[in-house]
Design a protein around this ligand. Structure first.
Ligand SMILES: Nc1ncnc2c1ncn2[C@@H]1O[C@H](COP(=O)(O)OP(=O)(O)OP(=O)(O)O)[C@@H](O)[C@H]1O
Ligand SMILES: [Mg+2]
Length: 403
């Protein structure tokens, strides 16, 4: 799909896909006998919907609808159950508890499934007692998760000045967290009029974001899902293109309520907070568990980087602050000795100045990972740091690198 097609408005939106309301338990079973048994075991325990099919049907359906609280999937006859589970993880909310059912009594498979986060593995023939026990345990686990209010990590990306690459960093970080760290990621552009996050990924924003921040009490999860546009299996974008002549003032509490709702459904919520000048962006900065401060090594860039860094360090929230010096090697940057003297301590990360590949990537509306190895490697280090993971491994970025 071309950038032009998106701009002209004839691009289909994945968010248009129908989305139903979530049952507590959604089950996919390949045979009628197991399905009947599950129906009777679940009847007195929790609301349940049983569909005919296996894990592949679950992957297909959950790419288009909201995740349930509990999911039971049939692995019988599936050649590579772990790969199928990985595909499921790509379309399913991180909070979902998954019970797998299969036809093989294999302790190795059981261990592998538990290792990747599957709550339980039951093998056929199933019994009512076995199913009831597994459902009770999974439901109790889900309730405990909810009570603990497990939330994804909020990452605010803020720029020392305009044009230093805040959006570039936010977009690439979002892509890395989704496709490199394999977390469900929401990428939010708080500039509802001139933001460029959606453009950078060749997406057309849904119009619902403004409504969401202007009337947050009318917003529920279904509404939020409609407002988001899918960039990949795990990456969703929340952005807008409101008329430039409007005056839009997002209330900080409204922004926080939207971000909080996203955190409940995503492992990472990355916010492009621009220069953090509005109340909403400031609130995001305060609430973030990690603030990524982007600057460059120009005279003005450094002045503002140092000032903003000190201001953020003084702020109440107290999340971790990570400084990124972007555009390293750009014409006009200060010599290294002056840079270090001004900064006091070295930035945690630096990204190289690569105008040509970044412009080419921006022109086609995709991240620059496959256009520039050095930029990608530096972004991988930043992404791994933000995710709290060891440095990236081979085989990541399949989506953006190997096309
Ligand atoms: N490391 C880099 N090397 C070369 N060009 C870069 C680099 N980082 C960003 N750019 C380019 O700089 C321009 C501005 O980047 P970007 O839009 O990310 O900045 P911004 O700080 O978000 O700007 P604004 O203040 O307008 O929101 C873009 O054309 C982008 O491709
Ligand atoms: Mg920007």
């Amino acid at each position: 799909m071309s950038l032009l097609a998106t701009l002209l408005g004839d691009a289909p939106s994945p968010a248009d896909a129908a989305r139903g309301s979530a049952p507590r338990l959604l089950a996919y079973l390949a045979d009628a006998a197991s399905a009947a048994l599950l129906n009777s075991a679940a009847a007195s325990l929790l609301p349940c919907e049983v569909r005919t099919g296996d894990i592949r049907s679950a992957v297909r359906d959950l790419a288009r609808q909201r995740s349930p609280d509990l999911l039971l999937v049939d692995l019988s006859g599936v050649a590579n159950p772990l790969a199928a589970m990985e595909a499921l993880a790509g379309v399913c909310d991180p909070s979902v508890r998954v019970i797998a059912v299969g036809d093989s009594n294999d302790i190795g498979l059981y261990r592998d499934l538990r290792r990747i986060g599957v709550t339980d593995y039951l093998f056929k023939p199933l019994s009512r007692d076995l199913l009831e026990g597994a459902l009770r345990a999974a439901a109790a686990g889900a309730a405990a998760d909810e009570a603990a209010g497990r939330l994804g990590k909020l990452v605010a990306v803020v720029g020392a000045r305009g044009g230093v690459g805040t959006t570039t960093v936010a977009v690439h970080l979002g892509c890395w967290l989704a496709d490199g760290a394999r977390g469900r990621t929401a990428l939010v552009d708080l500039d509802l009029q001139n933001g460029t996050v959606a453009l950078a990924l060749n997406l057309r924003p849904e119009p619902a974001l403004r409504e969401a921040v202007e009337a947050p009490d009318r917003v529920d999860d279904v509404f939020m899902e409609r407002a988001m546009v899918a960039a990949s299996d795990r990456l969703s974008v929340l952005a807008a293109e409101e008329p430039v002549e409007d005056v839009i003032d997002i209330a900080p509490a409204a922004a926080l309520s939207v971000l909080n709702r996203l955190q409940a459904r995503h492992n990472y919520v990355v916010v492009d907070a621009g220069r953090a000048q509005g109340g909403a962006a400031r609130a995001a900065l305060e609430a973030a568990s990690i603030v990524v401060l982007v600057g460059d090594a120009s005279v003005a860039g450094l002045r503002d980087l140092v000032r903003l860094r000190a201001a953020i360090a003084r702020r109440a929230g107290g999340g971790r602050l990570v400084t990124v010096l972007n555009r390293r090697g750009a014409p006009g940057e200060l010599p290294a000795a002056d840079l270090m003297r001004t900064l006091g301590e070295p930035p945690e990360h630096a990204l190289p100045y690569r105008p040509v590949p970044l412009a080419v990537a921006a022109g086609v509306g995709e991240p620059a990972f496959r256009h520039c190895r050095r930029f990608r490697e530096a972004m991988e280090r930043l992404g791994a740091d933000v995710a709290g993971q060891p440095a990236a491994q081979d085989g990541l970025f399949r989506r953006w690198v190997r096309r």
